[in-house]
Design a protein around this ligand. Structure first.
Ligand SMILES: Cc1cc2nc3c(=O)[nH]c(=O)nc-3n(C[C@H](O)[C@H](O)[C@H](O)COP(=O)(O)OP(=O)(O)OC[C@H]3O[C@@H](n4cnc5c(N)ncnc54)[C@H](O)[C@@H]3O)c2cc1C
Length: 507
């Protein structure tokens, strides 16, 4: 058995904290080094004027992924926070004054589809049953593959069901073949926007997201999404993980093809093994000496990054009628906005946007009689920005909310803060200011993703949204476990005197 005394984990995003918990539970000495002042990475929060703003994720999908992780430690999510299923899951505003609320009840959902397009209920049932099959294969098997080689997929249900999983057609072609109404198409295409690319570029395997959305439902942890971050943080502390905040790792010392010390400006720390959950490109190109990087600058320049975002954290001194907890403003041209992100990167005209109003279901996140709003406009990563542009888009968002809800709100804005590309770069070291990592296109899936291990250094693994399995909270939770299990297995860590075997033999 090799002696691994100290594991250093870079970053305190979900994947890092999850990996830390899995290793600490096996008695390994783990320290997390985080550049910012709090845990959570993109799932951070801040408070201002009585409002509590979540800074990143707001959609809690795939609750079983969270639950399975807590179960690994004999815990459940209810030990840390109270989850509530939202009903309606969300509301969509379309052009021409139309809107639609997505009910959590399956029968109501089928009736809604049928009321819009004859025969759509039956088609939706079939579509969702296929989505469920893909979800089960995808989430139980596919996402747990470390992506080392194509042989991981040989002889597996995944491989055998290749055609059924529709890896070679797109989400868009799958949806459009079944539903003709543009609104229904948009509802079924929207979940893959979380995967960082357009529905016509994402393999139809990912209609598994429709199962997550329409069948498993949209959930909310009372008190805000940061409750989940706190849960991971407290679990990690209880397992003995050490945290060093305000501690950016700026370099490494290498001895005999291993990282022996992590450097943070004028300090340095001994390590036997390193897992980095900081943005992959940043650690690979800016922290490691370049002859030890896994990938070159030109490799990274050719990657399709998921979009960045212009975010607004807004406080209003009145309740905003006509909004639900989650609101999608799909009232302008989707293709034009997509082209401004993916084809001809520029600031979009008439963008689509998303509004989260958590105070609609949770009075703890805003003062009484006030409303807490989080607005998100997807943007091409890396484009230039300035304060005037932020103001222009804030005005547009407010005008469109006023138009769609029929309520004047501009004069009720009492708190306003924006966060965008340069903030993603400076706060998280995000490549091109990306928000969600690497797009999950076919060319960037599974074995084609940046590898979880370093090819030159024997004691460095990568986790997080830029490696397997991809962007989002559930994938980050899976990524942290996957890399921790690889670590335990490959380093022959003994558990109760036996070599560690992952719960599922995933490799
Ligand atoms: C605006 C926004 C909305 C989102 N909405 C959703 C949603 O609704 N649902 C969902 O499931 N997902 C959502 N996501 C995606 C989800 O938040 C992320 O995929 C996930 O949190 C990423 O976790 P991670 O572990 O990969 O890393 P991160 O959260 O990115 O953490 C990386 C950490 O590394 C630290 N770090 C970087 N460099 C260094 C260094 N050199 N030294 C030390 N520390 C360093 C950073 O400060 C950061 O804390 C959203 C993301 C954003 C930005």
């Amino acid at each position: 058995m090799k002696m691994i005394n100290k594991v250093g984990i870079i970053g305190s995003g979900y994947s890092s904290m999850v990996a830390a918990c899995c290793l600490a539970e096996k008695g390994i000495n783990v320290t997390i080094y985080e550049k910012n002042e709090m845990p959570g990475g993109r799932a951070s929060k801040f408070e201002a004027q009585g409002f509590t703003f979540d800074m990143g994720p707001s959609w809690y999908w795939m609750p079983e992924v969270f639950e399975n992780f807590f179960n690994r430690f004999g815990k459940k999510s209810a030990d840390f926070y109270n989850l509530e299923r939202l009903d309606p899951g969300y509301q969509v505003f379309f052009g021409g004054g139309q809107k639609m609320s997505i009910p959590s009840d399956k029968k109501e959902l089928l009736n809604l589809f049928e009321s819009i397009e004859m025969g759509a209920a039956e088609k939706l049932e079939k579509f969702l049953s296929e989505a469920e099959y893909k979800y089960r294969v995808g989430i139980d098997e596919y996402v747990w593959k470390p992506g080392k080689s194509i042989f991981e997929f040989v002889d597996l249900k995944v491989f055998k069901s290749f055609l059924k999983l529709q890896m070679l057609s797109s989400v868009s072609s799958n949806v459009k073949a079944l539903f003709k109404d543009k609104r229904l198409q948009q509802i079924l295409e929207f979940p893959v926007l979380f995967l960082g690319s357009m529905p016509n570029r994402i393999p139809a395997l990912y209609t598994l997201m429709n199962h997550a959305d329409l069948t498993l439902g949209t959930w909310y942890p009372k008190g805000g999404m940061y409750k989940v971050t706190e849960a991971f943080y407290h679990l990690a502390l209880s397992l003995g993980v050490n945290f060093k905040f305000n501690c950016e790792i700026t370099g490494v010392k290498i001895n005999e093809k291993k990282i022996s010390r992590l450097i943070s400006n004028d300090k340095s720390f001994d390590v036997d093994f390193v897992i980095t959950g900081a943005d992959y490109q940043h650690f690979d190109r800016s922290v490691l000496p370049n002859n030890y990087s896994n990938y070159s600058d030109s490799y990274w320049d050719k990657r399709e990054m998921a979009p960045s975002s212009l975010l607004f954290f807004l406080g209003f001194n009145k309740e905003l009628k006509g909004l639900e907890h989650h609101n999608l403003f799909f009232d302008t041209d989707f293709d034009e906005h997509a082209s401004a992100i993916y084809e001809n990167p520029k600031w979009p005209e008439n963008p689509l946007f998303y509004i989260c109003a958590p105070s609609k279901t949770d009075t703890s996140v805003a003062p009484k009689g006030h409303e807490n709003l989080f607005a998100l406009i997807p943007l091409a990563p890396g484009i230039k920005e300035n304060e005037d542009l932020h103001q222009k888009y804030l005005n547009e968002i407010i005008e469109r909310i006023e138009l769609k809800t029929g309520t004047e709100i501009k004069q009720n804005l009492v708190y306003n803060k924006s966060f965008s590309i340069s903030d993603f770069k400076s706060r998280y070291n995000a490549f091109k200011g990306n928000a969600y990592g690497l797009a999950n296109t076919l060319k960037q899936t599974a074995i084609l993703k940046p590898k979880f291990y370093n090819r030159h250094l024997k004691n460095l693994y990568y986790t997080g949204q830029l490696t397997v399995p991809g962007p989002g909270m559930p994938p980050a939770i899976i990524s942290g476990q996957l890399v921790a299990d690889q670590f335990l297995k490959n380093n022959n860590i003994k558990v109760n005197g036996q070599a560690f075997q992952p719960d599922f033999e995933r490799v």
